[in-house]
Write a protein that binds this ligand. Structure first.
Ligand code: NAD
Ligand code: ZN
Length: 389
């Protein structure tokens, strides 16, 4: 089959590799009908997440049709249309039973490695580092789905791929980021990053009844998309984020802050930006925490910092004393995708939201490597790429 394969920094190729096979009775195989490129894939593209290996198949946003099921797979049959959550979950361990699906205790087949690096291992993830199992991803014609009974979302009859696809990652990710803010009707929610995750967080915060939603980015097309949803926007290239946020909140700062940027934050005019770039380039720091610092500084005392943005390792010069003295709550994590997807599927069916609004580019799978560059460089107003194997 054809698949997008990681060969190293900024080197993803469309290779021909063997088709996946059932390896465990709990597996299923799907023929992928649609997949997408995520901001998390860009961290892999830039080789900022440790423990990727040449030959790894990337991609963790995918859906398709079941073509084969293992002998112990009870909830799926050939022909079923399913979206695959990027977190592999067994549905039986203590964490899965609590709905903490991204912390599944069984699905990481490299548990020892995870234990060593994180203290305790987390769930297996598709198309990601070997710290989370090194499972082949879904930017491919076929995908093996481990623990398939737990690791799927059934697509309602008649729902097109474009509406369903993002149930596997960015929609529940934006949603979880907003839910973790515990939004009150009087709240201002400020969201850094108007990429696909930020866009979903903006719409989620509005659906959850925030009084005011403020989107921060520097790309005009992304800010326009945020504005169309009803957000107030700040272009961090043109204005001071801290001053504008204080102005928009009567000097008190937003109660809730969402970091939908993560470890590759840009900062144009700050000394800390230069410092982080140098430290990241010389591998003395793995992540650039500019957004975190800004959020901690501007957040209203007693507020919440919700962090869906991915961090890989070490951050430097984060003012934890400010977090402590301002009594801020930090909530974060890889998304517990399936915790949210019944509710979100219903919201799509009811027309409360159509997540396909975010798609700007749809191309065949073998154009994927080129689209990584386009998405990376944010060229041609690219916001979200869907690949068709
Ligand atoms: P993206 O790269 O398309 O979007 C990031 C956006 O942040 C860009 O529009 C960029 O211009 C903007 N940005 C950069 N620096 C900024 C700054 N200082 N202030 C404000 N905006 C800034 O990526 P995406 O697909 O939207 O993903 C965003 C983040 O979410 C990534 O870190 C990704 O890994 C993470 N993610 C997490 C989960 C999860 O489960 N927690 C799931 C999916 C994605
Ligand atoms: Zn993702």
């Amino acid at each position: 089959m054809k698949a997008l394969v990681w060969h190293g920094k900024q080197d993803i190729r469309c290779d021909t590799i063997p088709d996946p096979e059932i390896e465990d009775p709990k597996d299923a195989i799907i023929k992928v009908t649609s997949c997408a490129i995520c901001g998390s894939d860009l961290h892999l593209f830039h080789n900022l997440i440790p423990a990727m290996m040449p030959g790894d198949v990337v991609g963790h946003e995918m859906m398709g049709e079941v073509v084969e099921v293992g002998s112990e797979t009870r909830k799926l049959s050939k022909g079923d249309r399913i979206v695959i959550p990027f977190t592999i979950n067994c549905d039986e361990c203590d964490q899965c039973l609590r709905g903490n699906f991204s912390l599944c205790e069984r699905s990481n087949r490299n548990k020892d490695l995870g234990d060593k690096v994180f203290g305790h291992s987390t769930a297996g993830l598709f198309g990601y580092t070997h710290l989370t199992g090194g499972y082949s991803g879904g930017q491919a014609e076929y995908l093996r789905v481990p623990y398939a009974d737990g690791t799927h979302i059934k697509v309602p009859d008649g729902m097109p791929d474009e509406q369903a696809l993002f149930l596997g990652d960015i929609f529940p990710t934006g949603w979880q980021a907003a839910v973790q803010c515990d939004i009150q009707p009087t709240d201002t929610v400020a969201i850094w990053g108007a990429g696909p995750v930020g866009q979903m967080a903006i719409r989620s915060a509005i659906l959850l009844g925030a009084n005011q939603v403020i989107a921060i980015d520097r790309l005009p097309e992304r800010l326009s998309m945020a504005e169309a949803a009803g957000a107030t926007t700040i272009n961090f290239d043109d204005e001071s984020v801290i001053e504008r946020l204080n102005d928009l909140t009567g000097g008190k700062g937003p109660e809730k802050c969402i970091d939908a940027v993560g470890m590759e934050a840009h900062a144009t005019s700050h000394v800390d930006a230069l410092y982080d770039r140098v430290k990241q380039a010389t591998m003395m720091e793995s992540d650039r925490p500019h957004v975190l610092r800004e959020m901690i500084y501007v957040c209203r005392p007693g507020g919440v910092l919700s962090v869906p943005g991915v961090y890989g390792g070490l951050i430097d010069k984060v003012p934890f004393g400010m977090v402590m003295n301002k009594a801020l709550t930090i909530r974060t994590g890889q998304t517990h995708v399936r915790r949210w997807t019944d509710d979100l599927t219903r919201r799509i069916e009811e027309g409360q939201i159509d997540p396909s609004f975010v798609i700007t580019d749809t191309v065949p799978l073998d154009e994927g490597p080129g689209m990584y560059r386009v998405f990376e460089q944010k060229q041609d107003s690219c916001i979200k790429v869907v690949l068709k194997p």
